[in-house]
Design a protein around this ligand. Structure first.
Ligand code: ADP
Length: 486
């Protein structure tokens, strides 16, 4: 069984801003359950709790370009997984994971380069892996440093590297001068290496230097090879198409299950749906919406307020929506323009629209349970988790047919629209509402079919294990030798 060292910027329950953290919180344990040995490295941000953690390394010297840093390593064991926290105060002992007050930390490139160096240090001194599995641009320099700095280190003989792309929209692009600050040679500034449209692109470095690439759904793996969704990297991804695999994320059903959910006042299952009505009442009360006509359908949204998530579509049809006999409940934090859009709707029809602008896991659970319909009109969606939670909660998804949304929702379990337009979205919502009002039996059978779908982590972990084993069994796989041409 392989030994895997994962490198990432977030992992539940230690540090989370989005779905990436959920993956790093669940996939490792699912791999351990299959017999693999797994460790994870994340930064020790100021907010990462150290209670129960052991300080297992005091002084690990790291160089990031011209700067020398001293890292300590902490370890917590959780569900059979070794979580290492790279404690580099100059980089991580400050507020905010990536940003404060909406402004990115100016030195994110070197902060996360520090994480990559710490991961290689851990691989050399603490946990010697067969596979280095890196996630997103923050970890993407790990394979680059590995090939540049340790080409003949016996620790790394036979070690294979994997990069998982959770969202191609975030690439870590910086000015050319940052090469020097990262301790990287100038010859990397080439269009087939780290250069990208006049800048350096750290994710691109990971794509070029990793033995294998994965992303978080089969459809997204195809989409990112097209100019429409490739964010300028589609050509490179097409060139590496044979080494690019799409594996769906899973759901943590210990956390997302209407039969046991600790946040709900009533529980329910596919066999006995009665409790869902009570959850709907609780949701309406929580969001101060009228409860006098409980039959009116509630549309729920839990989402980052970002362009990716389709709020421009909602804006384009806002004045249609205000006239519909619905309730819409939204939870999200993000861009002010989308917050304003939701505020406008609330002001126009306070009896129909309600939104809260905070990160609040309890409210996310209340919405999943209490809504009838879950709306996810994402422009693109690498995998998406909320539509899978919705299925389990009998909350019928209405989604744009893209990426993981297209892979997880089918005709019998939800409503999909394409193209990406306000009219197409309204069409799907109308179809859903028509079924809801006029064919209640069909509606309930859709709910039940969705509730019986199983997207547990086990099957995803099996796919990852396949990939690891394929990689370890295949000599000379991938493009690990590319830098020698430089
Ligand atoms: P992304 O990672 O692109 O934001 P995903 O659907 O993959 O989207 O994952 C989002 C995760 O964050 C889900 O677990 C979702 O429930 C959670 N989430 C998003 N916004 C909020 C919020 N305002 N409060 C609580 N949880 C949230």
């Amino acid at each position: 069984m392989p030994r895997i060292l994962m490198v990432a910027s977030e992992a539940t329950p230690f540090a989370k801003t989005g779905g990436l953290a959920d993956v790093l919180g669940s996939l490792p344990a699912a791999l351990v359950a299959l017999g693999a040995e797994v460790a994870v490295v994340i930064p020790r941000y100021r907010s990462v709790p150290l209670d129960g953690a052991r300080r297992i390394w005091d002084h690990m010297e790291l160089w990031v370009g011209p700067g020398r840093y001293d890292a300590a390593i902490w370890e917590v064991d959780r569900q059979g997984v070794r979580y290492f926290f790279a404690d580099i105060p100059a980089f991580f002992d400050r507020d905010g994971i990536y940003s404060v007050h909406g402004v990115d930390h100016y030195d994110n490139y070197s902060r996360f380069a520090g994480l990559c160096h710490a991961a290689l240090g851990i691989a050399r001194h603490i946990f010697r892996p067969d596979i280095l599995h890196c996630h997103d641009w923050q970890a993407a320099l790990t394979p680059v440093f590995l090939r540049l700095y340790f080409p003949s280190d016996p620790t790394f003989y036979g070690v294979r590297t994997i990069l998982t792309i959770h969202n191609l929209g975030y690439q870590g692009r910086y000015g050319k001068e940052k090469l020097w600050w990262l301790g990287l040679p100038e010859w990397l500034y080439r269009s087939d290496l780290l250069e990208h449209y006049g800048a350096i692109n750290l994710l691109k470095g990971g794509i070029v230097y990793s033995d294998l690439l994965t992303t978080v759904s089969p459809t997204y793996a195809r989409e990112i090879q097209t100019p429409e969704q490739g964010f300028g990297l589609d050509g490179l991804l097409r060139a590496r198409s044979a080494s690019l695999v799409g594996i769906l994320n899973g759901v943590d059903y210990a956390e997302w299950n209407p039969e046991t959910d600790r946040y709900l006042s009533a529980h329910y299952s596919a066999e006995n749906l009665a409790g869902k009505k009570e959850c709907k009442q609780a949701l309406l009360a929580e969001f101060n919406l009228p409860a006098d006509r409980p039959e009116v359908p509630v549309i729920g949204m839990v989402s980052r307020l970002a362009a990716q998530k389709g709020f421009d579509l909602i804006g384009s049809v806002a004045w249609d929506l205000v006239n519909w006999d619905i309730r819409l409940v939204a939870l999200g934090v993000g861009e002010a323009r989308y917050e304003n859009l939701l505020r406008h709707l609330m002001n126009a029809r306070p009896d129909r629209f309600a939104a809260r602008f905070e990160l609040n896991n309890r409210l996310a659970h209340l919405i999943e349970a209490g809504a009838d319909i879950f709306l996810m009109p994402s422009r693109y969606e690498p995998c998406g988790l909320n539509q899978m939670y919705s299925l389990r909660y009998g909350t019928v998804p209405v989604v744009h047919a893209t990426g993981g949304l297209d892979d997880t929702i089918e005709e019998g379990t939800g409503f999909k629209f394409r193209p990406y337009s306000g009219d197409a979205m309204l069409g799907a919502l109308r179809a859903a509402l028509t079924t809801y009002w006029t064919e209640p039996e069909r509606w309930v059978s859709m709910m039940r079919e969705g509730m019986r779908k199983d997207f547990s982590w086990r099957s995803s972990a099996e796919r990852y294990l396949d990939v690891y084993q394929r990689l370890l069994g295949t000599a000379g796989f991938g493009q690990a030798q590319v830098h020698r041409q430089g």
